[in-house]
Design a protein around this ligand. Structure first.
Ligand code: SF4
Ligand code: SF4
Ligand code: SF4
Length: 156
């Protein structure tokens, strides 16, 4: 399930008190999702008892953020069957090894984002992923080619 700023916002105090350093609760919600802020930065949420239920719901809702990589990519290793589809189809891998990878073979380069080792895919150089950084693109190629839904994203 994708985490959205609006769903986060709905559970925040919505007072725009600015104690978190943001002008609005909505802006805080965006920063939370981008991991530029932590939930604890919203002081009223933790200090005022009337927000206790919202706080618990938010903690539960934001749990996937903890297991996601910095680009929002989540690999559920227990679902991975090590087929290597995600490795071969990743457009960055194909770009780096158009002849090998582009022909359906394992990419012949050490610089990989995803790599199957001991039958399970591992995330390596996330900074190479198209979802990384300011000019990121919401690429979904690996997820779309995973036969077991082992790959998901926080958004998109
Ligand atoms: S501290 Fe919490 S309630 Fe205040 S603006 Fe930030 S997110 Fe909203
Ligand atoms: S999101 Fe795109 S660029 Fe990133 S690992 Fe998956 S296929 Fe590769
Ligand atoms: S496509 Fe899915 S099942 Fe295949 S290696 Fe990648 S994550 Fe694992």
């Amino acid at each position: 399930m994708a985490i959205t700023p609006m769903e986060i916002y709905k559970l925040l105090p919505k007072t725009n008190c600015k104690k978190c350093g943001e002008q609005t609760c909505m802006s805080f919600a965006f920063k939370l999702l981008n991991r530029e802020k932590k939930l604890e930065d919203c002081k009223p949420l933790f200090e005022e008892e009337k927000y206790a239920r919202q706080r618990e719901k938010l903690i539960e809702y934001l749990k996937p953020l903890e297991e996601a990589t910095e680009t929002g990519l989540i690999v559920k290793e227990e679902l991975c069957i090590g087929c290597g589809n995600c490795v071969v189809v990743c457009p960055v891998h194909v770009e780096n090894d158009p002849y090998g990878c582009g022909s359906g073979l394992a990419p012949r380069t050490d610089k990989l984002i995803l790599k199957v080792e001991n039958g399970v895919v591992h995330v390596l150089n996330m900074d190479m992923c198209r979802r990384y950084g300011k000019n990121r693109v919401l690429c979904v190629v690996c997820r779309e080619n995973c036969p077991t839904d082992a790959i998901s994203f926080l958004e998109g």
